[in-house]
Design a protein around this ligand. Structure first.
Ligand code: ADP
Ligand code: MG
Length: 201
């Protein structure tokens, strides 16, 4: 997408391992080839890899600026920047929605990559609103580790009674699953947690 004086919001979403970070890196690299100044941000919570890089599961890397919250992100956007990339955008507070909108209205091309759903299948943080205000949305799938079909969900391998939404992890913690194989495990874990109560109650 060529640079225009009007900004835009692009959202790339999907489950873990779907290639959101790869797609963000691909778009950012094309912008750099077009000699546009790019800044990439990521929330400080995502410490899986190098603190100052965005790294995909396939080991592609771009430099990133870690920020504590959306206010810090806004403060660090340089006037000369044309493209603002944000990885793991689901971890930001809801203020990110206004900030992304403001940046796009001021002429920045904003590319957000994030999980649409948490491991419980619930829309993640600011994602529903970001998807609604976006000019362009790409929802991508991973490969289900059980059957090889397209995976739209992330399954957490470690089951805990008081499960938090945020548990930053890697291959050993999460797996990509299709709806069917995600749902089967969901029923089993509900049975387990409710000690035998029917899931359909
Ligand atoms: P995301 O940011 O969506 O978590 P990444 O861009 O970091 O995804 O990684 C995508 C890469 O992960 C794929 O190109 C592939 O090499 C690898 N990968 C590992 N497991 C899977 C899976 N189950 N489905 C698809 N890709 C996978
Ligand atoms: Mg990613």
């Amino acid at each position: 997408m060529a640079y225009s004086q009007y900004g835009s919001i692009e959202v790339v979403c999907g489950p873990m391992f779907s290639g959101k970070t790869e797609e963000l890196i691909r778009r950012v690299k094309r912008a750099q080839i077009a000699k546009l100044r790019v800044q990439i941000f990521k929330p400080k919570i995502d410490d899986r890899y190098d603190a100052n890089d965005v790294v995909s599961h396939s080991s592609q890397v771009v430099k990133a600026i870690p920020v504590q919250d959306s206010d810090e992100l806004l403060g660090k956007v340089h006037d000369l920047t044309r493209v603002v990339g944000i990885d793991e955008v689901q971890f930001f507070d809801n203020k990110i929605v206004d900030i992304v909108n403001k940046l796009a209205n001021r002429g920045f091309r904003v590319i957000c990559a994030g999980l649409d759903l948490d491991f419980k299948g619930v829309p993640f943080g600011p994602m529903p609103e970001l998807l609604a205000i976006a000019d362009e949305v790409q929802k991508i799938s991973a490969i289900c580790t059980i059957c090889g079909n397209a995976a739209s969900r992330s399954h957490r391998l470690i089951q805990k009674e008081d499960a938090d939404q945020v548990m930053v992890g890697e291959l050993e913690t999460y797996e990509a699953r299709c709806r069917q194989h995600w749902f089967v495990e969901e029923i089993e874990s509900k049975h387990f947690h409710r000690s035998g109560a029917s899931f359909f109650n």
